[in-house]
Design a protein around this ligand. Structure first.
Ligand SMILES: Cc1cc2nc3c(=O)[nH]c(=O)nc-3n(C[C@H](O)[C@H](O)[C@H](O)COP(=O)(O)O)c2cc1C
Length: 355
């Protein structure tokens, strides 16, 4: 069974939900570990006070019994605690009573760099909120929860995935500067996966190439505008003799310019994926826009927002990479139970004599 993930949820709606299918039975999930990842996503330098209002917590509605997966669809929920201020504005049903709380007035001032303009045009909305609520990165919370489950599966075969920011000190200094000037910044994150055996993914079809899947998964995260694997863009300026990782007799490498991926397959070295995040589009000093209600020139929507979310992106990208690695590992090793999955992995690494 292929691992699949579907999610739903608006930024200020009642909750974010994810359905994960295909996880083998018997996988031990650690509630504290999932909540710790949710917390990591919310923390991070440069984030807005919303992160303090809400402490995300995982709820599981199906697919788990006494902490172990049942091999049935796993239903994950993260409630939006801030929804209490939006019960009229974001009511799934026609709200009763007088408008109160947030989200009661239509937003008509699209922000450059956000989903606002193309979203209302595409879907025929007259309130930008109908587009921005889902386009917002808020629902990455349940993707992080699903990523935690993926990390648990990968952990059974000795794979570890970790995301971090690149040049953290410089980033924090830039965030401080930008905050003073009421501006926003982006940055670069890196995800590394250790213990991945050679042969996850394939060159056989382009959609099953692991490099392509990882790139799509990371590019699929809000505000990511560039993804590179290993030395990525720098490889273009190198000679072949300096760009490729020589193979030792034990079939390992002394260098890892390829970032652990060759021909769409893991090659046994550490997988290294980097992502460039653009500066966040919601600005306290807004850019020029148009008021969609009047057609007049106007300033874009100003809403409480982060100065940067690069540290959060590191956590979300870690989850995305973990998810794709879990999909590819489960495709390769299969198994309805975790024991079957681990046994198939063990037989494989023995066959290829991989340590
Ligand atoms: C973890 C995370 C948090 C984000 N927080 C904000 C935010 O507070 N304000 C904002 O304007 N954009 C934020 N963004 C970025 C927007 O969601 C994103 O720029 C927007 O949806 C448009 O999509 P695009 O940048 O991929 O083109 C965040 C992105 C991520 C990954």
């Amino acid at each position: 069974m292929t691992l699949r993930l579907a999610s739903a949820g608006e930024s200020h709606g009642p909750a974010l939900v994810a359905i994960v299918t295909g996880l083998p039975a018997g996988l031990l999930l650690d509630r504290d570990a999932i909540n710790a990842d949710l917390r990591r996503r919310q923390e991070g330098y440069g984030r807005s006070p919303r992160q303090q209002i809400e402490t995300d917590e995982i709820e599981v509605l199906a697919g788990l019994r006494h902490g172990r997966t049942l091999g049935t669809p796993l239903a994950l929920v993260v409630r939006n605690r801030d929804h209490k201020n939006w019960t009229w504005g974001m009511n799934p049903w026609p709200p009763e009573g007088e408008p109160e709380g947030k989200g009661t007035k239509a937003v008509t001032l699209p922000r450059p760099g956000h989903a606002d303009l193309a979203g209302v045009l595409k879907y025929g909305h007259d309130d930008v909120r109908n587009a921005l609520e889902r386009a917002s990165a808020r629902h990455t919370a349940v993707h992080v929860a699903a990523g935690a489950a993926a990390k648990a599966l990968l952990g059974t075969i000795g794979i570890e995935v970790a995301g971090s920011t690149v040049e953290e000190e410089r980033l924090r200094a830039e965030i401080d500067e930008a905050r003073k000037e009421r501006d926003t910044v982006g940055g670069v994150v890196e995800v590394r996966a250790r213990g991945v055996p050679p042969g996850l993914g394939t060159y056989a079809t382009k959609e099953d190439r692991l490099d392509a899947r990882l790139a799509a998964a990371v590019m699929g995260i809000q505000a990511v505008k560039g993804v590179e694997i290993g030395d990525g863009f720098d490889l273009a300026a190198k000679r072949g003799s300096a760009a490729h990782d020589e193979i030792r007799t034990d079939r390992r490498r002394d260098t890892n310019h390829a970032g652990g991926l060759e021909a769409g397959m893991s090659n046994g070295e550490e997988i290294v994926v980097r992502a460039a995040m653009k500066p966040l589009p919601t600005l306290m000093k807004p850019l020029s826009s148009v008021d969609l209600a009047t057609g007049e020139a106007a300033q874009a929507l100003v809403e409480r927002s982060d100065v940067a979310a690069v540290e959060a992106l590191a956590v979300v990208a870690e989850a995305a990479v973990a998810w794709e690695l879990a999909v590819s590992a489960h495709e390769k090793f299969g198994g309805d139970s975790v024991e079957d999955f681990v046994a198939a992995w063990r037989a494989y690494v023995e066959r290829i004599q991989w340590r």
